[in-house]
Design a protein around this ligand. Structure first.
Ligand SMILES: Nc1ncnc2c1ncn2[C@@H]1O[C@H](COP(=O)(O)OP(=O)(O)OP(=O)(O)O)[C@@H](O)[C@H]1O
Length: 238
């Protein structure tokens, strides 16, 4: 659903991405993994139209989106759940969720249907719908950030650092929610530091190092690869 060819981008004079080629397949979970500073967040920012490409292009279903603004990417259904969640702390959960739909022209009944879908995916948010977002736990904030992304009616949901700072139990709940969304047809691009979680969850993964893709393969295949296990999981083989 999204084809990346030779993506180069960075910040002013600093080039971070050096010719990224990737394919994000429709209906799949794609994982992007790599060490700190590899350029994963920068790639997400480029894909959501927040920073311009210096060269290369991305095409989604025949449409060239290389020069698209953040609003155009959103209108095209490419939705970014940023690292750090970026909720409006003083606003209620429900108002945060509704912010995700601000650019859609849909009726109140459609909004209510979509809210209900988010609350079905994350029942804790329904219980706390009128509570200020700042008072939520880290895991609930991540649920709210993903829920806000879902309210934008994504075709591709890009999640940066799903598990950052969360307990294993919460990560399990979020992973189960993503599996459920994916089984209903949602395409997901996941940036994740927890390599085992990412490879276990995804269909395909790309491994990034110093702004380049250095390996790609099916999640299960990479998880079983001794070189990957040694380099990224700290598991030394006999
Ligand atoms: N706003 C910025 N201005 C200048 N350089 C930046 C900016 N944001 C990130 N960088 C640099 O770009 C490089 C890639 O950073 P990026 O955040 O994309 O990596 P990452 O793989 O997401 O890392 P992490 O897993 O630590 O979040 C780093 O060297 C970083 O210092």
């Amino acid at each position: 659903m999204l084809e990346l060819n030779g993506i180069c981008a960075g910040y002013g004079e600093i080039q971070v991405l050096w010719g990224i080629d990737m394919a994000v397949r429709s209906g799949e979970i794609t994982a992007l993994i790599g060490s700190n500073g590899a350029g994963k967040t920068t790639l997400m920012r480029a894909l959501s139209g927040l920073i311009p490409l210096t060269s290369g292009k991305y095409v989604s279903e025949g449409v060239d989106l290389s020069k698209a603004s953040a609003a155009q990417m959103l209108a095209h259904g490419i939705v970014h759940v940023p690292e750090g969640r970026r909720l409006f702390g003083a606003m209620s959960i429900e108002d945060n969720l509704l912010m995700g739909a601000y650019s859609r022209s849909v009726s109140r009944s459609e909004l209510n249907r979509d809210l209900d879908r988010v609350y079905t995916t994350f029942p804790k948010l329904r219980e706390r719908r009128n509570q200020a977002a700042a008072t939520l736990s880290g895991g609930e904030q991540q649920m709210c950030a993903i829920g806000r992304g879902l309210m934008s009616a994504p075709r591709l949901l890009m999640i940066d650092e799903l598990s950052l700072g969360l307990s294993p139990l919460l990560v399990e709940q979020l992973v189960a929610a993503l599996r459920q969304l994916n089984s209903e047809g949602m395409s997901i691009l996941l940036v994740e530091q927890d390599v085992t979680t990412a490879l276990d969850l995804c269909h395909h993964a790309y491994i990034m190092d110093m702004g380049r893709i250095v390996r790609t393969g099916q999640g299960a295949e990479l998880l079983a690869d001794p070189i990957i296990r040694d380099a990224y999981l700290g598991v030394l083989e006999d």
